[in-house]
Design a protein around this ligand. Structure first.
Ligand SMILES: Cc1cc2nc3c(=O)[nH]c(=O)nc-3n(C[C@H](O)[C@H](O)[C@H](O)COP(=O)(O)O)c2cc1C
Length: 256
């Protein structure tokens, strides 16, 4: 059996001829060079179990399902085990598991990580989100994309006000608290230290900064499962001049 190495990403394939497409980086057979007959690992040693998110079909490879689906935010209980038989995956299985696809590439998009909160008829709620970003400076306008199933979405639709707390790097517990459970099942603010913003939305006391805002319903967009809310900032300040938590940092440390 011959061995072929991808000139672009280094992936090694075993077969009589190079594969039609590199399962890691997608280049064609012309980018593969023969590396002889010696024994070379044909696939990176990756865990064998594959877990499928029943909400969005994302496939995670690992010994256990992820704490949260990186695509749709569903919890680990939304994952079902697809297979547990292989010790190391073939090129075809790697491609099937999504490692060589656009979905895995999207894991490399950088995001911040925030707690967005709202208030509705005196009730407080909030959720974790990575999809908040500034749109314009004048006016100070931003966007955030929220799942329509979320209680926070319901509150923001009803009251059109929100606050966004930027987390500090030691607040992974807040990600779990606000991101892994719904306010439909638990009062998330019961034991949380917060202050009320000018618009009534709760702001985390130990974050690094916050903004408050008002939604512009006519500019917000229905994007299917989610609403892309557009809002103008009405207040805000830096609480402490420290680095904020990022989505990347969370992914690196979430198991700890
Ligand atoms: C790291 C992380 C990022 C998340 N980002 C988003 C997001 O941008 N939009 C969204 O709708 N849900 C996101 N979620 C999922 C929600 O935080 C989660 O579904 C939450 O339980 C909803 O709470 P609620 O029903 O009380 O509003 C994220 C979760 C985590 C852990």
């Amino acid at each position: 059996m011959s061995k072929w190495r991808c000139n672009v990403c280094g992936y090694v394939y075993e077969g009589e001829k190079p594969p039609a497409e590199c399962p890691i980086c997608g280049v064609g057979p012309e980018e593969f060079s023969s590396v002889g007959e010696t024994t070379v690992a044909t696939a990176r040693p990756i865990p064998a179990k594959r877990w499928k998110c029943t909400v969005c079909d994302y496939v995670h490879v690992g010994e256990t399902p992820p704490d949260v689906c990186p695509l749709c935010g569903a919890g680990s209980d939304a994952f079902v085990l697809l297979s547990d038989d292989a010790q190391s995956l073939t090129a075809e299985a790697i491609a099937a598991a999504g490692l060589g696809t656009a979905r895995s590439a999207l894991n490399k998009v950088s995001y911040g990580l925030y707690i967005i909160t709202s208030v509705n008829a005196g009730q407080l709620n909030g959720q974790c989100c990575n999809t908040a970003f500034q749109l314009t400076d004048q006016p100070t306008r931003l966007a955030v994309c929220l799942n329509k199933e979320n209680l926070t979405h319901e509150y923001i639709m009803a009251s059109a006000v929100f606050a966004i707390s930027m987390l500090s790097t030691n607040q992974l517990d807040m990600v779990r608290h606000f991101g892994y459970q719904s306010g439909r099942n638990v009062n998330k603010f019961k034991d949380i230290e917060y202050i009320a913003g000018k618009n009534g939305c709760p702001i985390l006391k130990n974050g690094v900064a916050y903004v408050e805002g008002t939604i512009l319903p006519e500019k917000s967009v229905d994007v299917g499962t989610h609403t892309l809310f557009i809002g103008d900032v009405t207040a805000g300040r830096m609480i402490v001049d420290e680095d904020p938590l990022t989505y990347h940092l969370y992914r690196e440390n979430r198991a700890k």
